[in-house]
Design a protein around this ligand. Sequence first.
Ligand SMILES: [Zn+2]
Length: 122
Amino acid sequence: MAKSATKQTKRPKHVPLRSCVSCHETKPKRELLRVVRTPDGHVFVDATGKKSGRGAYLCAKLSCWEHAIKKKRLEQEFELTISEEDRAGLDAFIATLPKDDPIPPPEKMAKSSAGRKKTVEG
Ligand SMILES: [Zn+2]
């Protein structure tokens, strides 16, 4: 009897998590957009997620990007000043983002704005 060496370990799939540099929500990496700083100091949106360089992650929503740009979150993250050229590239990308959440989380919808539990700042 030849037993094959297939192991069937029931292990939950490892989902890599990253947090948005803008709202700091932790989400599966796949749901976030990656911005990369290349070794030569350029900053751009890395659609493939595979570019080498230092990465920062943002939600795929306009508010997070606008916040990140306004508050210089990316510049803080990358410890550099984003050049006008690269900034223009980011702006062009941001312009393609949906203005609102594509899928609004139901829990947030149910709760009234009167009872805010957490104060999230920054
Ligand atoms: Zn976010």
